[in-house]
Design a protein around this ligand. Sequence first.
Ligand SMILES: *[C@@H]1O[C@H](CO)[C@@H](O)[C@H](O)[C@H]1NC(C)=O
Ligand SMILES: *[C@@H]1O[C@H](CO)[C@@H](O)[C@H](O)[C@H]1NC(C)=O
Length: 258
Amino acid sequence: MASFVSIALVMLLIVCTSAQGYGQAQLYINGAITCQGSSGCRNFGTPSNPALSCQHVKDVCPEAASDFYYIESAGLYRKVFCEMEIEGGGWARYGRSNQTAIWNYVDEDATEITLDIIDTSEVKEMIDLNYNHFLVQTDVVFKMQADDSINPSRLTTRSIPWLVDTPLFIPEYGQDHTRPTSIIEFPSGSVDRVTCIPGGTSKCGQGGGLPPANGISKSFFFQSLFFSPRGTGASALIGQWRRNRYTWNGSYYYVYAK
Ligand SMILES: *[C@@H]1O[C@H](CO)[C@@H](O)[C@H](O)[C@H]1NC(C)=O
Ligand SMILES: *[C@@H]1O[C@H](CO)[C@@H](O)[C@H](O)[C@H]1NC(C)=O
């Protein structure tokens, strides 16, 4: 048996080597045996030869570039963008880019919008594929505030790594008697958490998924955002709507998963 296997491997090596015309053949055994090296990798992650995941592409072809690949796993067959450079590579990329024309709300106190960042189907896919490592990257500047006001804005987040659906909002009457007022925003150097900056008497730490004053939340990514500083249920002290505000300005928001 042992000699049969080694003969088979030698034969495969010969086939791989001659098919490529040079000696870079390696073996990858994963249910199937695949010839690879430069020319083998050219065919890996293609429609007829899908990989199991972006990490699978990276494992088989360490030199693979960031690009679209086909993956087939857990009953799912699709084209996915694999990020191969950052943090060891092998990441499936979700999210949006090129949003400059749309994501340009700076200190808004009037516009009501719903922004989908990661589609529900994409979240389902992350769950189905058992991803448990996540990385968030964005150039978005994010802030949300309510000052002696009711701001019914509501952000849908997914906890990392368990992807639990967790709302984030400023509880009724985000009280603050000073300016600048209490704000939730990304803390310095991080985009997968928020901090709650208190003004005077603030609602930081009092529900809504808000961390304590100047504290930092657990890790999550945004799935969708509903900004409604003047919408149904909103109110502002003595009609000062600028007490209810948000900023969402940037061009991309990516969640990398593996
Ligand atoms: C970016 O968005 C603009 C305007 O919506 C569009 O014309 C352009 O083709 C987009 N570019 C890419 C790379 O998607
Ligand atoms: C919004 O973000 C874009 C880059 O994404 C930047 O060029 C622009 O200056 C920002 N707007 C404001 C008012 O900060």
